[in-house]
Ligand binder design. Structure first.
Ligand SMILES: [Zn+2]
Length: 265
């Protein structure tokens, strides 16, 4: 069951709760178009949104192609629907996205039958792409790290940054062969960007820029081989994720990683 939080008269946050973590998306209401930022885990997750959507142009934007962000799109399919994602997000729909769905259908028969994969039909690769929704703007920028196809979305009118899985409290998921330096550089850039006041991640609490700072601190500890968070403060899910991150970031498995230079004062 999806909970809707009315952030203001143009933005609604969508949240689905699982025992170990929650998944959050957003809906942006412009005068001419409505954006659904991530369709969450299942078409059922989008049902409570349907009464809010009118005949304005509907655009789905994927923060990245992980299953918990893209499996609900079937509920929104209608003529004229545009689906926007990074070029590498589109590519994943030919690779790991269907493979994950096959695996989950095998593991949990019946539960995922309603999921239909809807790949992006409008891809971008440029440093920034801007969607004009009418009185509301969404600026999309790549922020690879958690996955190569991860993007963030800035809404300058509300000084709000949708960050998907690029930041997460208590800690993000860091894959093997991740380009930690690029991830940290982009987070540093957003940390000092005066256009941002509110940070909305897909998992963990939302808030201010301290959320970016916390993820940066975690990534720096990881890269420097420092012990990181107190395991007693983590639930079993995040304890497992932290152990995986440590494993993924050992020098032998991440030879490209070099100590990150201190940010300019
Ligand atoms: Zn996620």
């Amino acid at each position: 069951m999806t909970t809707l939080h009315h952030y203001n008269d143009q933005i609604v946050l969508t949240e689905v709760d699982f025992p170990d973590y929650l998944v959050r998306g957003a809906v942006l209401f412009g005068r001419e178009a409505v954006v659904v930022w991530d369709t969450l885990t299942h078409p059922d997750d989008m049902q409570s949104l349907l009464p809010l959507l009118n005949d304005r142009r509907l655009i789905v934007v994927y923060s990245h192609a992980d299953w918990d962000h893209v499996w609900g799109t079937a509920a929104l399919q209608r003529p004229g629907l545009a689906v926007v994602g990074h070029r590498l997000c589109r590519r994943r729909f030919d690779a790991d996205v269907p493979a994950t769905l096959r695996q989950r259908r095998h593991d949990e028969p019946g539960r995922w039958d309603a999921v239909r994969l809807v790949p992006p039909d409008q891809v971008f690769d440029a440093p920034t792409t801007v969607l004009d929704l009418g009185g509301l703007t969404l600026e999309l920028s790549p922020l690879p790290g958690h996955t190569p196809d991860s993007i963030v979305g800035l809404i300058p009118e509300h000084r709000l940054l949708l960050m998907g899985d690029t930041v997460e409290t208590p800690l993000p998921c860091v894959p093997a062969e991740c380009r930690l330096n690029r991830w940290q550089d982009e987070l540093q850039r957003w940390l000092i960007d005066p256009r941002v006041a509110t940070v909305i991640p897909a998992h963990g609490p939302w808030g201010g820029k301290e959320i970016i700072r916390r993820t940066l601190d975690y990534l720096e500890d990881l890269q420097a081989g420092r012990s990181g968070p107190d395991l007693n403060d983590l639930n079993p899910f995040y304890r497992r994720t932290h152990a995986d991150n440590l494993n993924n970031c050992t020098p032998a498995q991440n030879p490209a990683s070099t100590p990150h230079p201190s940010p300019a004062p």
